[in-house]
Design a protein around this ligand. Structure first.
Ligand code: GLN
Length: 306
């Protein structure tokens, strides 16, 4: 029997209120620091088309690293297993913007969800498309079924001006021969990609193909074959929330991808996609209230992959 999602979202919404002041909004991208930590939104998109939303579930926010999932899906759909020659598929156990493993692992990032791996995805897509960020944007519009999805140029510009760490990562990979395009072009594309905004409702809808064996449930368009979709789900579980992936699996038990804008997309394979947004982050850069909300969601619905 389908749980009463409306009642469950209302319960979660009430429960998270005291947590909203506990997280810290990302400030290393100056434009993101302007967002209030008090926001909370959540939306569920079931594969049968039913949708549920609460709080700020209809408000746009900066997807940031959630877009790494779109870039990976696009690159994997186009290039298949060839991408694994340039990026690994192991959890890093390090912060998303860390450089430490790159040197002794000769410029090959641990996985596509940390910044180093995402920059390699941008580089791969740049070899395929005239502009990789436009390709990711078009892809995001297709899977969300929403042509109004767009970049936030103020956020992109703000990140570009302060992207010293990502420049360092990109230059190191360039030195090892794992970045084929000019560093500045890759960073610019990456920053625009990260600035894409969506609402929780749009994001849950956009993620639903990954809960549906790679096929968009509401249009029938196959984005990935079932085996590839299964593999992306596995990567989300093991690497989607950076060095908190183990704790996230323990507490939430779903494949997920987070971003420093405070968004998290999670999947209940075969059933639904759920998106949550709350800009206050924990020490690992994941939404504090968002993670708690998903923990309560899987508890109250008795759904997880375990
Ligand atoms: N654009 C951000 C960065 O590269 C994305 C990081 C994130 O969301 N974890 O730092």
């Amino acid at each position: 029997m389908q749980p009463d999602y409306t009642a469950i979202l209302e319960t979660i919404f009430a429960e998270v209120q005291p947590l909203l002041s506990q997280g810290k909004v990302a400030s290393y991208i100056p434009e993101l620091s302007k967002v209030s930590a008090q926001h909370f939104g959540m939306a569920v998109h079931c594969l049968d088309g039913s949708t549920y939303s609460i709080g700020d579930g209809g408000q746009k926010f900066s997807l940031q690293s959630v877009t790494k999932l779109f870039a990976l899906a696009l690159a994997f759909a186009r290039e298949g297993d060839a991408i694994w020659e340039r990026v690994g598929r192991e959890p890093s156990g390090n912060p998303f913007n860390s450089l430490v493993q790159l040197e002794y692992e000769k410029g090959k990032p641990r996985n596509p969800f940390i910044n180093a791996g995402a920059l390699v995805m941008t580089d791969i897509l740049s070899g395929r498309f005239v502009q990789s960020d436009i390709a990711v944007l078009q892809f995001a519009r297709t899977i969300a079924g929403e042509n109004s999805v767009d970049f936030d140029m103020a956020v992109a510009q703000s990140e570009r001006m302060t992207a010293h760490r990502n420049y360092a990562i990109a230059h190191l990979m360039k030195d090892f021969g794992n970045l084929h395009n000019p560093v500045k072009a890759v960073i610019d594309s990456y920053c625009r990609q990260c600035s894409i905004t969506m609402t929780c409702a749009e994001l849950a809808k956009a993620g639903s193909f990954l809960a549906n064996h790679g096929t968009i449930p509401w249009s029938g368009l196959q984005i990935l074959d079932p085996s590839s979709a299964k593999r992306l789900n596995a990567l989300m579980l093991t690497c989607g929330t950076y060095d908190a992936a183990g704790d996230f699996a323990y507490r939430v038990g779903l494949p997920a991808k987070s971003g420093v804008g405070g968004g998290i997309l999670a999947l209940v394979p075969g059933e639904l996609a759920v998106a949550v947004w709350s800009p206050g982050l924990d020490a690992t850069g994941n939404s504090l209230a968002g993670t708690y909300a998903l923990e309560r969601f899987t508890t109250l619905t008795a759904r997880s992959i375990f």
